[in-house]
Design a protein around this ligand. Structure first.
Ligand SMILES: Cc1cc2nc3c(=O)[nH]c(=O)nc-3n(C[C@H](O)[C@H](O)[C@H](O)COP(=O)(O)O)c2cc1C
Length: 156
């Protein structure tokens, strides 16, 4: 089984629904070869990341930047991941941002860190922007499914 981890900061009912959408998508009944899990950034360490075949990062935008939870995660895993070259380099990932107003600052900041980490982006950033909409949940399901299907079919 391939391992897919969703690292999600979910400070509201709406963001919990988006993270659940991601998880549901990764567990689509047609996808058999992928084992997915949803965790808070606070419950992830470098060892956990290095065991994964792919990652989905989900954060709100707060004060024009990624959530403190995701930043704390990156600060803890950055050097241990880089030191474990073989299990780290080229790790496939996708980013989902939930922003009430903008989202740009978060997109840029996460990509700067990811460039340093040498991970590989396999889906464009999904930006759920503005007032909460049911459509965001569908978009998250779609991204989760695309990630799991890509992993199962060894597209990345
Ligand atoms: C302290 C704080 C700072 C925020 N700063 C931003 C911001 O800079 N840009 C933005 O687009 N949204 C900002 N937001 C809005 C959050 O992104 C939004 O509350 C979050 O995505 C949850 O959305 P929801 O209403 O769908 O639950 C902020 C929210 C909080 C609580």
């Amino acid at each position: 089984m391939k391992k897919l981890l969703i690292i999600a900061h979910t400070p509201s009912v709406n963001t919990e629904a988006l993270a659940s959408g991601l998880l549901e998508g990764t567990r689509h009944p047609d996808i058999a070869g992928v084992e997915s899990e949803l965790r808070s950034p606070f419950d992830c360490d470098a060892e956990k990341i290095l065991q994964q075949d792919a990652l989905i990062l989900f954060t709100t935008e707060n004060f024009g930047y990624m959530s403190g939870a995701l930043k704390d995660f990156f600060e803890r895993i950055y050097y241990p991941c880089l030191e474990a070259e073989n299990s780290n380099e080229g790790k496939p990932f996708a980013l989902v941002i939930r922003a009430g107003l903008d989202g740009t600052g978060t997109d840029i900041a996460v990509h700067k860190i990811i460039n340093g980490l040498k991970w590989r982006e396999v889906q464009p950033t999904l930006l759920c922007h503005g007032e909460h909409q049911a459509e965001f949940i569908e978009q998250c399901r779609g991204l989760g499914m695309a990630m799991a299907a890509g992993l199962e079919n060894e597209i990345f």
